[in-house]
Design a binder for this molecule. Structure first.
Ligand code: MOS
Length: 722
């Protein structure tokens, strides 16, 4: 019943021919009123009879063994039902896609804050009290909690093209700099939560998760049961940013406890627990080398990095991802080192790779422009490669040059002037820019569309993590079927529905959107058949179908429900072409010369990211990303105690994500819309993460321009700025 579609050729632009004009419009989210009125029910809002409360007990040493759990220490606390220590719940959440996360043995401690037990009680207060008082005995072992000094390092084989060493030696002008970025937290607004309910040999899990199809398999693997015994519900997710890609310890613990105790169990993390044991973005140490000729042709590019993770974790922050294809050179080389440390597992946090890699790389580009005496926009324009520098693939469509030119024009870049020369009282003023890039992905995704009369339903286990999935899938189906989007109901976040990509890596709209499109196209074909015309000849508009010389209302033509399901296959787009979103970020900052305080005064992001499905949600994504860029440049700094690795900045007061006061009122997003026929059947490219990629570097380059002094350790905190 489900057709599978694989990308192997440029795709026709059917969405431009349907004539509805629904796709692209800044439609409000259908879920918006539910959210602002409190009717959207997030995991922890679920009210359930007979529910037990679980609180995770977490290790207070960095490395070692648990030698005893003193259950007597909590005997006096009322309502405690059980202390569950089960090695299956110690699974790391980091990159658990499809059950590949390592399960840590139950008596071993790998980092401070690691979940080691679940206390279950009749009340949340009782469980919390008991979890705090439970006396655990440990045998401690030596731990390395930061990458510096740890002897356990894995150096990957360099990824290369051409001969970097020769090109570097021959370069007339060289920049060779080191940068550091700290760990980052995803800091999603909704803390991680799970409620599990076992009945008749299967489990229903309500949890805040990004990728239900994968999470279902992870939970089955964790529990040693069949995926068919697992049902997951996540209709609303209050942000994820990577931290909810994989099944978390709260979900595994809730499921194990519910199975054992025969009652529903709810585990809701506090903000502090989220910081401690839900994945972090690795800190990075980067070395960037860029060599060029005197007249500004880049000849050598190298971007080496050291990141960290727990031993055995497969994920490593792909720091040099964008450095590998933004600019061309005669020789390129990229080497990654992974330091194995005793710290919160490292995983994907929004725009893994680019978000921090471009801080270093685009700062080095700015420094090279200075050294050459060439405008930074001009330097980038002169060095756009003809094909992907690493593998020779053609770019499907690359809007980078247009973004750079248009951004410079719109931002008033020509007025920038010489570094360190503009001031207003105590404030030094500067402008900076950086390129943006984030490669576009497609992940296997299925969707079902049902049409009855002039009403349609879209069903998929896709999630909406605050990004606008409910809106865009309704728009795609409405566009294809000639309906008002008000007549399209979108059902998401339920593992009983066709399995989608989930939300991650900016592939959600590409993937779930394509599946919805393909399913709707099948319905169109059936409508054409019933009307007796060819598909090309079919026009669906305003609830009416026209074709050949016939016209019918959908209420007559589709009186009985029509159903179609379709699947789009994974792949980095077609193999012959490389698809990426591109953009250019511009920032103006004021730096207080006495305090080092940095105020971002205005910002512009110009982005070409394929077809825009919804101008409003797309803009919000881009703005959100740029605000993350401000955070990475100025404030976000996850710090751990150097003795035992415990997270010190474990709330939103100490880990400062930009608030309204940190964000300029003048924050503009400009889309240079394009069609990427090689990306997928709806010609979109990922949006969510392009906004952050490069945005922070624009702010940092603006600081350098304001003060005439460069910073190499980020974020640019006041003491580093003055
Ligand atoms: Mo994203 S960091 O893949 O949610």
């Amino acid at each position: 019943m489900t057709d599978t579609f694989t990308m192997d050729s440029p795709q026709p632009r059917l969405l431009d021919q349907t004539g509805q004009g629904v796709v692209g419009t800044p439609m409000n989210r259908p879920d918006g009123p539910h959210k602002v009125s409190g009717r959207a029910s997030y995991t922890a809002d679920t009210v359930m009879d007979n529910v037990l409360h679980g609180v995770l007990v977490r290790a207070t040493i960095a490395r070692g063994k648990i030698t005893g759990i003193d259950r007597d220490s909590i005997r006096s606390i009322q309502g405690v039902i059980d202390v569950i220590t089960d090695q299956r719940m110690i699974r790391n959440p980091a990159q658990g896609m499809a059950g590949e996360a390592p399960v840590q043995p139950g008596d071993a401690v790998y980092y401070h804050g690691q979940p080691i037990a679940l206390v279950v009680a009749e009340t949340f207060e009782g469980a919390r009290d008991a979890a705090q008082r439970l006396n655990i005995r440990y045998e401690t072992e030596k731990a390395y909690v930061t990458p510096e000094g740890t002897p356990d390092r894995e150096v990957a084989d360099p990824e290369t093209a051409g001969d970097f060493d020769a090109a570097w030696k021959a370069a007339e002008v060289r920049v060779d700099q080191k940068y550091t970025t700290p760990s980052h937290a995803a800091a999603a607004m909704e803390p991680h939560a799970a409620i599990a309910d076992w009945k008749d040999g299967s489990v229903t899990l309500r949890s805040s998760l990004q990728m239900i199809r994968f999470n279902k398999k992870e939970l089955a693997d964790t529990l040693g049961i069949e995926p068919a015994q697992v049902r997951i519900l996540a209709p609303f997710v209050g942000g994820g940013f990577g931290s909810k890609l994989g099944l978390g310890p709260e979900a595994a613990a809730a499921a194990i406890a519910s199975q054992k105790l025969g009652r529903p169990v709810r585990v809701v993390m506090t903000r502090q627990t989220v910081f401690d044991c839900v994945l972090r973005r690795s800190e990075t140490a980067q070395r960037v080398r860029i060599g060029a000729t005197q007249d500004g042709r880049i000849t050598a590019i190298s971007h080496d990095d050291t990141v960290s993770n727990l031993d055995g974790e497969g994920f490593s922050e792909p720091v040099s991802q964008a450095s590998q294809f933004l600019y061309g050179a005669d020789g390129l080389s990229f080497t990654q080192t992974v330091a194995r440390i005793a710290a919160t597992p490292a995983g994907s946090v929004r725009a893994p790779g680019e978000a921090v890699g471009m801080l270093g790389f685009e700062s080095a580009m700015d420094e090279l422009a200075d050294s050459l005496g060439i405008d930074p926009v001009e330097l980038r324009l002169r060095n756009l490669p003809d094909t992907h520098p690493m593998d020779g693939r053609e770019f499907s469509v690359r809007g980078l040059a247009d973004c750079l030119r248009e951004g410079a024009e719109q931002f008033g870049w020509a007025q920038r002037g010489t570094a360190g020369t503009r001031r207003e009282g105590d404030w030094l003023i500067g402008m900076g820019m950086a390129s943006a890039a984030r490669s576009s992905m497609l992940v296997k995704s299925a969707a079902r569309v049902r049409l009855t009369g002039d009403r349609a339903v879209v069903e998929t286990d896709m999630t909406d993590i605050g990004t606008g999935t409910y809106a865009i899938l309704a728009q795609i189906a409405a566009e294809m079927l000639g309906l008002s989007p008000d007549n399209v109901e979108v059902r998401l976040g339920n593992s009983d529905l066709p399995g989608a990509s989930g939300s991650g890596g900016s592939f959600g709209a590409n993937s779930a959107g394509s599946a919805t499109f393909l399913a709707a196209r099948k319905i169109r074909a059936r409508l054409a058949e019933q009307l007796g015309c060819s598909e090309d000849d079919l026009t669906l508009q305003g609830g009416r179908a026209r074709g050949g010389n016939r016209e019918m209302a959908l209420t007559d033509l589709a009186r009985d429900e029509m159903q179609a399901e379709a699947t789009i296959e994974s792949g980095m787009t077609a193999k012959s072409h490389f698809s990426s979103g591109f953009g250019a970020h511009f920032a103006e900052v004021a730096v207080n010369e006495w305090t080092g305080e940095v105020r971002v005064r205005r910002m512009l992001g110009v982005m070409s990211m394929g077809r825009i499905l919804n101008e409003k949600t797309a803009r919000s994504q881009a703005l959100g990303g740029m605000i993350w860029g401000i955070g990475a440049a100025l404030t976000e700094d996850m710090q751990s105690d150097r003795r035992d690795g415990h997270v010190v900045t474990r709330d939103l007061a100490n880990y400062h994500v930009p608030s309204h006061a940190d964000v300029p009122g003048d924050m503009q997003v400009l889309f240079l819309e394009e069609r990427d026929d090689w990306a997928n059947p709806i010609q979109t490219k990922g949006i969510g993460e392009l906004g952050i990629s490069g945005a922070g570097a624009a702010v940092l380059n603006a600081i350098a321009h304001a003060t005439g002094k460069r910073i190499y350790d980020f974020p640019a905190l006041p003491d580093r700025v003055i």
